[in-house]
Design a protein around this ligand. Structure first.
Ligand code: DLL
Length: 434
């Protein structure tokens, strides 16, 4: 099999998945040199940055030379809105996507024909790693449109030789009906939306464990291993983690293997990952920090050392030995809550809430001011079947466990089952009322 025959390659293991680490690194170096030259020659922003730092593409002689290159941030994307960072003429850009983020301008990304081909291949590779096989029906509940989730996943499902059910997000009752009637083998959606769908099954009088689904490929937001267990238990499926971001491509930058479920392997033949500390210095594998990526094959939108703001560590490959894995992302450094000097992530609360009997994973965090102090309240739904006394006791347990493990006291308020907003895509956990 040749590395360039996409159809066959995408329907089994790609050559790059069998590489040894030295083989992979040789390819990475060649591709890094190409990318750096491509960006320098075609994007004035990169040329100026490189010139300011006195670095030239010819200085990249080995992979570690990447540390000589400047970082790129979301602000740089915004400052070059909409197409300022594109490295090919507009007529060669076949598609754009955009993400809104929480503040300010859209960030826009673009793809050439070849970029779209690579993306479909990488989703196919990710699905294969998830245990999906040609001939399966895949229900795609990632949102279609400017968001990369829907259309990105769509092309890869087809590429693997599966039947795609292009449902998109929302219309939850209809999702349940289609899953029940079309009997898909796999589903793609955010973990929080899968929970909404499981609830909707029960509301419709159906047992989610009895559905045809075998695998869920979940990502686009941080989630915990406790949430994985909850989803696997409630739906009788395997839940596998898919990672990605628009600035690199979209979904499929990395994916977990179903046989090990030990964190997404980054597809390092296309993306070069680094982890940096607060002083922006590279740290060694195993140490947590901010994830940074450089694209290795992107034509329309090469990105050099893009700071993702995602907090994780890089660990040795397992099921795909040459491709390092990222640890489950605890959060982003911009959704970290600093409460009276203690750092907190919504995922920490999720982890703890899911352990407490009689509570559900339906909760939000409300941050407000009491006098001059910040105050954080967890509003959480108890299980429908819990008695008032059971729910009250559970709320106290939650508060105590948060205090013991996160080191700070939060308010815990019970709210009636079914009253908190339900996810239809990326779930908003934190409401800042200050
Ligand atoms: O969320 C792409 C995607 C779509 C990935 C569908 C997976 C599935 P953005 O909207 O640009 O792109 O958001 C990217 O989402 O930097 C992380 O903070 C977060 N994220 C994505 N996947 C995961 C994951 C898509 N598996 C941002 N675990 C990233 C934790 C994730 N966080």
């Amino acid at each position: 099999m040749s590395a360039t025959s996409p159809l066959t390659a995408a329907r089994g293991l790609h050559d790059a998945e069998r590489f040894t680490r030295p083989e992979l690194e040789a390819l990475q170096l060649e591709r890094l040199q190409w990318t750096v030259r491509h960006a320098y020659e075609n994007v004035p922003f990169y040329r100026n940055r490189f010139d300011e730092m006195g670095v030239h593409p010819s200085d990249i002689r080995q992979l570690s030379d990447i540390e000589r290159l400047p970082f790129t941030t979301k602000d740089d994307l915004r400052a070059n809105y909409p197409f300022g960072l594109f490295a090919v003429p507009m007529e060669d850009v076949r598609r754009v996507h955009a993400s809104s983020g929480t503040t300010g301008r859209l960030t826009v990304v673009g793809y050439t024909d070849r970029d779209l081909e690579n993306w479909a291949d990488l989703i196919a590779r990710s699905l294969y790693a998830s245990g999906v096989r040609p001939g399966w029906k895949v229900h795609n509940a990632y949102g279609y449109g400017l968001f990369t989730g829907g259309l990105g996943a769509h092309a890869g499902i087809e590429r693997l030789g599966c039947t795609v059910i292009p449902m998109s997000g929302g219309q939850t009752e209809k999702q349940v009906q289609l899953i029940n009637d079309f009997k898909p083998d796999a589903i793609m959606c955010t973990p929080s939306y899968l929970l909404t769908i499981a609830d909707a099954f029960e509301k419709a009088g159906l047992d989610p464990r009895e559905s045809s689904l075998k695998v869920a490929i979940c990502g686009a937001e941080p989630w915990t291993d406790s949430m994985r267990r909850e989803l696997e238990e409630r739906l009788n499926i395997k839940a596998v983690d898919i990672y990605g971001l628009s600035e690199m491509m979209g979904p499929g930058v990395g994916n977990e293997c179903v046989e090990t479920q030990d964190g997404p392997h980054i597809w390092e033949d296309h993306f070069l990952p680094e982890i940096i500390d607060e002083d922006l210095r590279q740290v060694v594998d195993g140490v947590q920090g901010e994830l940074v990526f450089t694209t290795l094959t992107k034509e329309a939108f090469p990105m050099i050392r893009y700071r993702t703001r995602d907090l994780t560590s890089l660990n040795p490959g397992t099921a795909r030995p040459a491709h390092r894995r990222i640890a489950k992302i605890t959060g982003r450094n911009d959704d970290m809550i600093i409460l009276r000097g203690v750092n907190l992530f919504p995922t920490q609360i999720e982890e703890i809430a899911l352990e407490v009997e009689h509570l559900t994973s339906h909760f939000i965090l409300e941050l407000s001011k009491r006098g001059t102090m910040d105050h954080l309240v967890v509003k959480i739904e108890p299980e429908v079947a819990a008695t008032g006394a059971e729910a009250d006791a559970a709320a106290k347990v939650l508060q105590k466990r948060i205090k013991d493990r996160a080191g700070t006291t939060l308010g815990v308020e019970l709210v009636a089952p079914g009253t908190l907003p339900r996810s239809e895509g990326k779930l908003k956990r934190l409401y800042d009322l200050r």
